[in-house]
Design a protein. Structure first.
Length: 175
């Protein structure tokens, strides 16, 4: 079989191949959230630890929505109530990831290359191919807030798991 006749990878494989790894890293970090400190804030302007963790846990909603709708209208959307336990956060993550995976399973390359809009009422805030929105509003959004959560956990002296290599808390012993 020649290289030309080999099956080309799908858009999902090329553009979203790192999603499963990022989801696993995200859940590992969420598991470290101390359930007895959910109201803690590093600064008065900061989101509470539990609210930040729940926001991260529900971010797969963005990917699910982008993959399965034409747009999302932010007007009238409400925020999640603060969580009362770490289990609530982990359950929300697992439920949202399952729904996201189902939506991505239904999305073919044509769908992923099609346009998607983020709206605020009648105003279109952003418009781009779904796959770009999934990367930016989904995966990059995870990474951004996961880093923020890592800072919160560091300030609380919670050992951090490795993300893209060893953490200062779980450094391998090389000698």
């Amino acid at each position: 079989m020649s290289a030309e006749s080999a099956t080309a990878p799908s858009i999902k494989q090329v553009a979203l191949g790192d999603l499963e790894v990022e989801l696993q890293r995200t859940r590992t970090l969420l598991e470290r959230v101390p359930g007895d400190n959910l109201d803690w804030k590093p600064h008065p302007k900061s989101m509470a630890l539990g609210s930040l963790a729940l926001h991260i846990a529900t971010l797969p909603f963005w990917i699910e929505t982008i993959a399965s709708t034409e747009y999302l209208d932010l007007a009238g959307m409400s925020h999640n109530a603060p969580p009362t336990s770490l289990q609530e956060i982990l359950d929300a993550f697992d439920q949202r990831v399952a729904a996201m995976r189902a939506a991505l399973d239904r999305a073919d390359d044509a769908t992923l290359l099609g346009p998607w809009e983020l709206r605020m009422g009648d105003k279109v805030m952003m418009r781009m191919p779904r796959v770009g929105m999934i990367r930016g509003m989904g995966i990059s959004h995870f990474i951004h807030h996961r880093a923020q959560l890592g800072v919160y956990l560091r300030l609380l002296d919670v050992p951090l798991p490795p993300m893209y290599g060893p953490s200062a808390d779980e450094r391998p012993n090389f000698g």
